[in-house]
Design a protein around this ligand. Sequence first.
Ligand code: NDP
Length: 579
Amino acid sequence: MGQPIGEAGGPTSPASLLGKYPVKDVINTPRISHHAPRCSRPQTLYLATLAPSVKSDRGYAEAGICASVSRMSATTHTDRLHLSCLEDMPHELFIGGKWTPADNHRLLTSFRPSTGETLATVAHAGASDVNRAVAAAGAAGRPGSRWHRMSPAARSRVLHRIGDLIGEHADRLALLDCLDNGKPLRVARAGDVPAAAAVFHYMAGWPGRLNGEHVPLYTGSPERHLALTVPEPVGVVAAIVPWNFPLYMAAAKVAPALAAGCTVVLKPAEQTPLSALALAQLTQEAGLPPGVLNVVTGDGGTGAALAAHPGVDKITFTGSTEVGRSIVRAAAVDFRRVTLELGGKSPNIVFGDADLPRAMAGAAHAIFYNQGETCVAGSRLYVHRPVFDEVVAGIRERAAAIRLGDGLDRDTDMGPLISAEHRARVLSYLRSARDGGAQVSGGHPPDTPGFFCAPAVVTGADPQAPVVREEVFGPVLVAEPFDTVQEAVAMANDSPYGLAAGVFTRDPGLAHQVGRRLRAGTVWINSWHVLDPALPFGGMRASGWGREMGRAGVDAFLETKTLVNDLGSHQWGPAPAAK
Ligand code: NDP
């Protein structure tokens, strides 16, 4: 998923959270340590090294991080900052409105990508926990339940309240995603979190507008039959989300499902479970009835158990094409509904007449935003040959200027990749590109802790090379020149994916016609990563099935029931007598 609300356009300026405080001075070393849990609940507390010059917790408290300082050995000459946002975090499963350990008491560890060290441990749900969560969701949505009886106005108020609470807790939520995912705090605070709140507010507008239709029968008597279509919630929804936009992805699935009147079992990615648990807390505070949202933290096995559960009526999934395929297989057994938002290899076409500085900045943003870990990343760049060298040089310059670092550092432009395994995968694409004779600039892992990878630009690659054909899901751009419009469109469409595409040109007619020819769910013109809760989003072919957001996104959680009432034939005459 791309940046849902432009960083610069977000309601809070990136500087507002950390700009006031000398975070670069505070978090002046990537060394992180942790100590034993203070309480019996399974958790690991995160401690950041605090520079001696900043020994007050006031700045962090004002910044909403609610820090408290515990003095360590004087010989270390450092204090350690305990981020109590993690101490207050629930670490158990959220089922039926209650926090509960996993039946088998198994735990799952979340690591901090900036350092590779343990961040937190949470419950690891097994099949019996999934059973409990699905049963709770089923009961909460049953006819006659509180949720089922709730008026559209009341449901709308709850959704707005969740959106408000996300806004009120924005600093904490941004910090959780920054620590868990590695992304820059200012990006999470200005992008992910306001976007998650916006989805709830937007979806809050739908419950009162989900009307059906009166349908005049085409072949029957217009007076005898009363025929209606009635939209009904699809039922229990399994929402399985990835790690690249943890809070936002959860919101993007949960909010429309609730707007439609469904109940949900949410399975966050094992790498980033924390903000989903925080979201569950907020839904409780907002008055969502118990069992309407359940959260099961776990691994792929937990997701598979959920996807295969016969009590689940619909699966909505964002993640890899491979897992998407396995979900389709699981759902096919008893024909449960599925929405899939899978990966992409999105093409970006730059014509020679484009505003080139804008196109270079746009192309760099398209691929390097969020470490390139976005499904809509503009990872294939096609540039009109006369300006190819200039555009590629401009993007290389921009890539080289990107500052890698800890997400807590306000100067950081790009955080680490999500895990060591994922970085190894990204680097293997670059290695094979070099081995195949391509020119690769950047792409080096710096010699620091954490899973960092410098942004890379690849030219001269074989069009059939894996780096050109496959989703890398990292900051790796592949650029190729083209000569004609037809050639550009053909190259862009030569992919099994079809999620997003872009066109940079000053000619609106060319942009429109090329946009119509591109096989992609979203086409951006002179822009990238412009997403909105009102805009349908999704892909074609290997990029998935269905659309999220907008009216289409709510419809995805509704069944249309046709209700036909044969009213009989009545003779016109005396009114019927009382019985
Ligand atoms: P996955 O598709 O494995 O993970 C996405 C979600 O599905 C996670 O919650 C995961 O749980 C869960 N899951 C894993 N296996 C199953 C299963 N058999 N049944 C049901 N749910 C399952 O993505 P990865 O994290 O492994 O990333 C691999 C690649 O996928 C990336 O390199 C990228 O190419 C693509 N991807 C695309 C995303 C997008 O936005 N379209 C987002 C993330 C990845 P768990 O995390 O616990 O394994």
